[in-house]
Design a protein around this ligand. Structure first.
Ligand code: NAI
Length: 480
């Protein structure tokens, strides 16, 4: 029986290993983590992450060929294939701070693998890492390995949160990078055989190590770049009277461009896009390519601009001050169908409004009060560290309440900001919401999911990103 161990029981490690266990009943899969509360949750009825379809998969295999454990060393020692899916945050200090990937957790995992191993192993990079990380990991493993053979593979993960299980069941592609040596090819084949249980062979792409590592950074940069491109157009649409939905529809109909990832919004979020692009920028700078670095940096700057522009629009529309005004925030997760708040645009929007002394009332169907308070009190980049290293007690923010109902959040509010496109927000009783709000009542739709005409007929002043502006908003121009 082949044994697999995955270090890191997070958004990637948990779902990917659960699907491998489901599709390969003859393989024993252990997912290990240093965070005991996370492992306890994986072993309970309340999994630590919300992901449609995940409960079902875990229930089918847990205790049979899927195990969650804090006994990291034992499971690593017993495994034939070790996946490493630990955090790779942006460095906050020292060389490359604010850009380079912090490989502390990766390095400590690699050293531990070298220490505890008694047999040959394939070590798989599942985390997103800078190009050439495999080389560094190889050095750590071989210099400590007591003659044991380690083969390093790069197998970056392309799942998207919210659709992770579907993505894992039917991936567009699986990418495996390995050394171009007979031992490297053998290791690639071993991992390919695992995926071949359910992924068609023509969807499994094998490359050299560096191409696989770079492809993940490139894919995230391309995806984020589409969002920043359409968001840049949204600003121009507002200035000219064009409608960004019509523009992106017309543009996306070109089969060379395609329609996906062309929705204008308050900005992209999630744990990966910003971190991976900053990392790409840093690698370009280190390789003497400042023009390339500058090009990709713009994707981040445009995203920051879009969030600032949104806050400025809210404040400017409301007579240039939101001081002591209640503003309802609908949605805090970085997108619908996940409880993940890492780098969610809601953090920057809320901080911007709090900076202008607004009173915020926040509702998200999947995000806890504790998480929201933590997010709003943490420094940039601090969130991407294992839980026990994050600040434990958030600073109290007096101007903030977190409620469990959209009607409660909007009661007596001056404005509503919709920041996550949860389906339930489309079907709220907006007449009831309007009746219970202060007047004039504003709605700022950061995801373009609301029926603006219907809301206007109720009496709301409505702002939709990249759409022709109401007369009111035209009279109160926002300066970004
Ligand atoms: P996460 O923060 O949810 O999980 C990482 C886990 O690793 C944590 O539970 C932490 O306690 C554990 N850990 C850290 N050091 C450890 C050690 N030495 N031994 C044992 N456990 C350790 O992170 P997530 O989202 O799963 O991401 C992991 C990697 O996958 C990152 O590099 C990320 O960029 C990449 N990725 C993330 C995607 C996503 O949608 N979240 C998608 C594709 C890639």
């Amino acid at each position: 029986m082949v044994k697999i161990c995955c270090i890191g029981a997070g958004y990637v490690g948990g779902p990917t290993m659960a699907v491998i266990a489901l599709k390969c009943p003859e393989i024993e899969v252990a997912v290990v983590d240093i965070a005991a509360p996370r492992i306890n949750a994986w072993n309970s009825e309340q999994l630590p992450i919300y992901e449609p379809g995940l409960d079902d998969v875990v229930k089918q295999c847990r205790g049979k060929n899927l195990f969650f454990s804090t006994d990291v060393e034992r499971h690593v020692c017993e495994a034939d294939i070790v996946f490493v899916s630990v955090n790779t945050p942006t460095k906050t200090r020292g060389l490359g701070a604010g850009k380079a990937a912090d490989l502390t957790y990766w390095e400590s995992a690699a050293r531990m693998i070298a220490d505890v191993s008694k047999s040959s192993k394939i070590v798989v990079e599942k985390s997103t890492v800078p190009v050439k990380t495999a080389e560094a990991i190889e050095k750590i493993l071989t210099h400590n390995s007591k003659g044991i053979n380690f083969q390093i593979l790069s197998n970056p993960e392309f799942l998207a949160e919210g659709t992770a299980i579907d993505d894992l069941f039917k991936p567009d592609r699986v990418l495996i990078g390995g050394r171009e040596t007979p031992e490297g090819a053998k290791a690639v084949k071993a991992l390919k055989d695992v995926y071949a249980h359910w992924v068609p062979e023509d969807r499994i792409i094998c490359t050299n190590l560096w191409s696989a590592e770079l492809s993940k950074l490139a894919a995230n940069a391309f995806l984020a770049q589409r969002i920043s491109s359409v968001n840049s157009m949204s600003a121009l649409c507002e200035a000219t009277g064009a409608d960004v939905t019509q523009v992106s529809h017309a543009v996306g109909k070109d089969t060379r461009i395609g329609s996906k990832f062309l929705n204008a919004s308050v900005g992209f979020g999630g744990s990966c896009f910003q971190k991976d692009i900053l990392n790409l920028v840093y690698i370009c700078e280190c390789n003497g390519l400042p023009e390339v670095a500058h090009y990709w940096k713009q994707v981040i700057l445009m995203n920051d601009y879009q969030k600032t522009r949104f806050v400025n629009r809210v404040v400017a529309s409301m007579f240039n001050t939101v001081s002591n005004k209640k503003i309802a925030i609908l949605g805090f997760a970085f997108k619908k169908d996940t409880g993940d708040t890492r780098e969610t645009p809601a953090i920057d929007v809320c901080k911007g409004l709090l900076g202008d002394k607004a009173q915020l009332s926040i509702y998200d169907p999947q995000v806890s009060e504790d998480q929201i308070r933590k997010d709003l009190s943490m420094n940039k980049f601090d969130w991407d560290h294992p839980a026990h290293l994050q600040p434990s007690s958030p600073t109290a923010i007096k101007q903030l309440s977190v409620v469990w109902d959209a009607y409660e959040a909007t009661k007596d509010a001056h404005a509503v900001c919709l920041l996550t496109e949860w389906d339930e927000f489309r079907n709220l009783d907006y007449q009831r919401i309007f009746d219970n709000m202060q007047k004039p009542a504003f709605i700022f739709d950061g995801r373009n999911v609301m029926d603006a005409e219907k809301l206007r007929s109720i009496g709301f002043i409505v702002y939709s990103i990249g759409k022709p502006l109401d007369a009111w908003l035209k009279d109160m121009p926002a300066v970004a």
